[in-house]
Write a protein that binds this ligand. Structure first.
Ligand SMILES: Nc1ncnc2c1ncn2[C@@H]1O[C@H](COP(=O)(O)OP(=O)(O)OP(=O)(O)O)[C@@H](O)[C@H]1O
Ligand SMILES: [Mg+2]
Length: 294
């Protein structure tokens, strides 16, 4: 199943939410999530987590569309073997080009250079089977610019989460303009929903009304501690209510991160998407929907 996240304008926190969703995905031995940073404007994951995207990442994944790299020859595959993960099925190309970040999440980072990243995204948009796996692939498409390769990738998803801040007039106008195209993807069988960020005094129904009936699936809290956590930085909670929540939660389970507001929201969203997979999304026939999205 492919879950794509995108924005329409600004930098509302797509990469942060994509990391949190992939990290919180209800995991079973058969559903190891992989996060692919397919942002044609260049990636942040390598910088945030100190990764070398030249070793394994979006560029090597894209190159697999031309000359598939045998598992035993890829640097990432060696790393997986060392970690005790063997028998990565041939179909799980994205997993073979992933690296593990602290906490165990497997990511395919994009290069920071937009030229390189854009070329890689274009190649993957022509060969989207690279993203498909028996597992869950979360893709961070970044800003879905009409006619772009990133926008074309959305057409290959089973579920699309559009992160928007409709409390801001610019975001609201962009959402209103883009919603009909997003709704047309929904008409093609892709589940499309909104995640709202930033302060927004409008109700979910009001947002849905300006957004061609797209449902609001989540409200993402402003959470600097959670945002730092997914960037790979540790920051102790500052707000009293966060400190109390952390204390309570960690008394019950020292490893629990569910008191972190961003993680909690991402977990609910991941569970919602996982529920969809049982009722049709993963079974969608994959007609290729090239063209513009936003
Ligand atoms: N829920 C949040 N609360 C507070 N800060 C956040 C939140 N989500 C993201 N941020 C911060 O906002 C900034 C932008 O986030 P992020 O890079 O995830 O956005 P983006 O939409 O992926 O941007 P871009 O389009 O540039 O890739 C980062 O500094 C990040 O730490
Ligand atoms: Mg981003």
């Amino acid at each position: 199943m492919i879950v794509a996240l995108c924005s329409l304008n600004g930098a509302p926190g797509v990469t942060s939410l994509a990391i949190a969703i992939a990290a919180c995905w209800p995991s079973t031995p058969m559903t190891v999530p992989v996060l692919v940073e397919a942002d044609a404007s260049g990636g942040d994951l390598s910088t945030w987590h100190g990764l070398n995207s030249a070793e394994a990442g979006l560029v090597s994944l894209a190159a697999a569309s031309r000359a598939p790299i045998p598992v035993q020859e890829s640097a990432a595959a060696d790393a997986w073997a060392e970690a005790g993960v063997v028998g990565v099925p041939a179909a799980d190309t994205a997993l073979r080009h992933a690296v593990e970040v602290p906490g165990g999440l497997r990511v395919v980072p994009a290069p920071a250079d937009p030229l390189e990243a854009g070329r890689a995204v274009a190649m993957i948009a022509h060969n989207p089977s690279l993203l498909r796996s028996g597992r869950v692939t979360v893709i961070d498409v970044g800003r879905a610019v009409p006619g772009s390769a990133g926008a074309a990738l959305l057409g290959h998803a089973d579920i699309i989460i559009v992160l928007t801040a409709p409390g801001d007039m610019g975001h609201a106008a962009r959402l209103r303009a883009c919603a009909p195209v997003l709704a047309s993807l929904r008409d093609d069988g892709i589940r499309v929903g909104l995640a709202i960020t930033g302060s927004c005094r409008h109700s979910d129904q009001e947002v849905t009304q300006i957004a061609a009936d797209l449902p609001v699936w989540a409200r993402i809290p402003h959470d600097p501690v959670g945002a730092a956590l997914v960037r790979g930085e540790h920051r102790p909670p500052i707000r009293t209510r966060d400190r109390v929540a952390a204390w309570w939660s960690q008394r019950r389970d020292p490893d629990s991160l569910e008191w972190v507001p961003l993680i909690k929201a991402a977990k609910s969203l991941a569970e919602l998407c996982d529920d969809f997979s049982g009722i049709g999304a993963a079974a969608r026939p994959h007609g290729v929907l090239e063209g513009s999205v936003a």
